[in-house]
Design a protein around this ligand. Structure first.
Ligand code: NI
Length: 435
């Protein structure tokens, strides 16, 4: 169905950050076929969306999350990462079923869509169910099976997790008109022995896909890595060949200048998770230094068990503020840079930047429409600053992926809200044994 968006304030997020006032966007077969301040005289739309008093911008990319973990939201809080993960999260995860993951992913997508997310990168288990949920909901996603192995006596030919990741790739990579991609997901260096990390990279190379991994999230991880292997986590992973494929490195909080040079040299994509890092007391990633070096920095919420929400506008706000405070420098991360992290950089990190992340002719129509009617949009000076410092997730009115409307004025078009909430209630009663 051809659509025409009219009267829009268009944040193109192109290289020049061009903003078109009262502009028009034409959408045909899921692609943007027209962008201009002028009315398209020859375009024949089936549907017209009036974006008067609204901003149209590229959909946000949540570059690192664990959607099924939404079931563990508010279950274990105010604990350091290692204690949170090993004492609380891992035991509870043993109770989860494949069906739980299917419903939980839908709940996560509902929350993400409400904050303008069109694409996310997910790492967990029961990913076949997650893929089914993504396919049905119409979002764009990069999925990886979270891989862990604590001893060396695994057999690469029979290791259940590696086989599951490979099967996920065979079943889903490039499916749903290319909306779904699959990477290999070794969880972290402290949950994967070196030989297993090597096996993960070999699998990624054989499948010609990327790696999604947690890197240098805490001081403890860094100290233990140095003690055990005599080098920093970044050097350890580089020496194991992990960065020889396109890598999505979540966190990179505790990194030296030398580590940053290695990340830059290998074109590693760093995913900044300010909310999760703050909540777990993990520290603050040196994002300004990364950007200065030309490292691609994307933005993410992490899972809802460690954030505890999936609101990307909150992350944009945090990303812009934190470095200013820490460095006592208001220019440390500009509003424009923060917005780029959540759009273009995220698309680039997932290898989607030729298709999404900015608004221009030929790109996929992954767009969000943000109302600027609320009091916090007045006076209307700098729209970029407003999106970063004042906009709320609740200002997001409409979300389109490949031209299909997935959410409009709070209504989900591809997800049955009542059905999802019914199942989530049922699952949480079972998990937490509430009668
Ligand atoms: Ni994570």
């Amino acid at each position: 169905m051809n659509k025409l968006i009219k009267n829009a304030c268009i944040m193109t997020m192109d290289a020049d950050n061009t903003i078109i006032e009262n502009g028009y966007i034409g959408i045909e077969a899921g692609l943007i076929t027209y962008v201009s301040a002028d009315f398209p005289a020859t375009f024949m739309p089936h549907m017209i969306i009036d974006a008067k008093e609204k901003i149209v911008m590229p959909g946000l990319v949540n570059a690192h999350t664990h959607t099924p973990m939404i079931l563990l939201r508010n279950y274990a809080d105010d604990l350091p990462l290692q204690q949170w993960l090993f004492d609380k999260i891992f035991p509870m995860e043993d109770k989860l079923t494949a069906e739980d993951a299917y419903w939980a992913c839908q709940l996560s997508m509902m929350e993400m869509l409400k904050s303008g997310v069109t694409c996310f990168s997910d790492m967990y288990f029961y990913m076949e169910e997650v893929a089914k949920a993504v396919n049905k909901a119409g979002m764009r996603s990069n999925l990886s099976r979270g891989l862990q192995c604590f001893n060396d006596d695994f057999d690469v030919m029979t290791d259940e997790r590696l086989l599951e990741n490979e099967q996920l790739f065979k079943d889903w990579h490039g499916e749903a008109n290319g909306r779904i991609k699959v990477s290999v997901g070794p969880h972290a260096l402290y949950t994967c022995v070196p030989e297993y990390l090597k096996a993960s990279v070999e699998l990624a190379k054989r499948l010609e896909t990327g790696i999604h991994i947690h890197v240098s999230e805490t001081q403890k991880e860094r100290d233990e890595c140095i003690e055990k292997y005599g080098k920093t986590p970044v050097k350890h992973l580089a020496d194991l060949g992990v960065f020889e494929v396109n890598t999505l490195a979540a966190h990179c909080v505790h990194v030296s200048d030398e580590d940053l040079d290695i990340l830059k040299q290998h074109h590693v994509n760093v995913v900044y998770n300010p909310g999760s890092n703050l909540k777990l007391g993990s520290g603050i990633a040196p994002v300004t230094k990364m950007i200065e070096r030309g490292i691609n920095v994307a933005l993410a919420t992490d899972g809802a068990a460690s954030n505890n929400n999936l609101n990307m506008f909150e992350e944009i706000h945090l990303a812009a503020l934190i470095s200013k405070g820490v460095l006592e420098d208001p220019t440390a991360i500009t509003a424009e840079k923060a917005l780029q992290m959540a759009t273009l950089n995220g698309a680039k990190a997932l290898g989607n930047d030729r298709e999404t992340g900015s608004i221009k002719v030929g790109m996929k129509a992954d767009l969000i429409i943000v109302s600027k009617k609320s009091p916090h949009f007045y006076p209307r000076n700098d729209i970029t600053a407003n999106l970063v410092y004042a906009t709320q997730a609740s200002d997001v009115e409409t979300v389109l992926v490949e031209g299909q409307i997935l959410m409009d004025k709070g209504d989900f078009k591809t997800i049955d809200t009542e059905e999802v909430l019914y199942h989530i209630d049922k699952i949480s009663k079972r998990l937490f044994e509430v009668s």
